[in-house]
Design a protein around this ligand. Structure first.
Ligand code: ADP
Ligand code: MG
Length: 133
């Protein structure tokens, strides 16, 4: 799917929210600035979350409540060795009411469940993005 603007990426996340139900783990794959966090912002909006999603960067994880569950958003970019955060992630994965989003999941790939959904965002030379669900 070709995405030409930030607004379209948010819409893509919003639409995706209609198809996702806890428990679900979603891995987001793509370079820095591809639009992974922007997609999560739309997904959160689609779930009815009013708090604007921002990058978890320094805290590694951020959590948002929605009606009936919680969205937990991880970004392991700054944490090549996940340590205790792997246990934190494992706890979120075990929660039947959690939708878990993971950016830069390479170091925790082994604890992601078999039914993890993978969304890939590719940055094109013209600034558009290619999203593969
Ligand atoms: P990531 O989490 O993948 O590092 P972000 O979502 O934080 O990326 O940042 C993407 C940046 O690119 C935002 O500043 C956004 O405004 C900008 N942007 C420009 N065009 C697009 C697009 N088509 N889709 C998503 N983001 C876009
Ligand atoms: Mg990000």
């Amino acid at each position: 799917m070709k995405i030409s603007s930030e607004e379209e990426m948010i819409n893509c996340g919003r639409e995706f929210a209609k198809t996702v139900k806890a428990p679900q783990v979603i891995e987001l794959i793509g370079d820095v600035g591809a639009g992974k966090t922007t997609f999560v912002r739309g997904l959160a909006e689609g779930l009815g979350i009013k708090t604007p999603v921002t990058s978890p960067s320094f805290t590694i994880s951020k959590e948002y409540a929605y009606d009936g569950g919680r969205l937990v958003h991880y970004d392991f970019y700054r944490l090549p060795d996940p340590g205790l955060m792997a246990e934190d992630l494992d706890e979120a994965i075990s929660d039947p009411h959690a939708i878990v989003l993971v950016e830069w999941a390479n170091s925790v790939e082994n604890i992601l469940p078999a039914n993890t959904k993978r969304i890939e965002i590719k940055y094109n030379d013209d600034g558009t993005r290619e999203v593969t669900l």
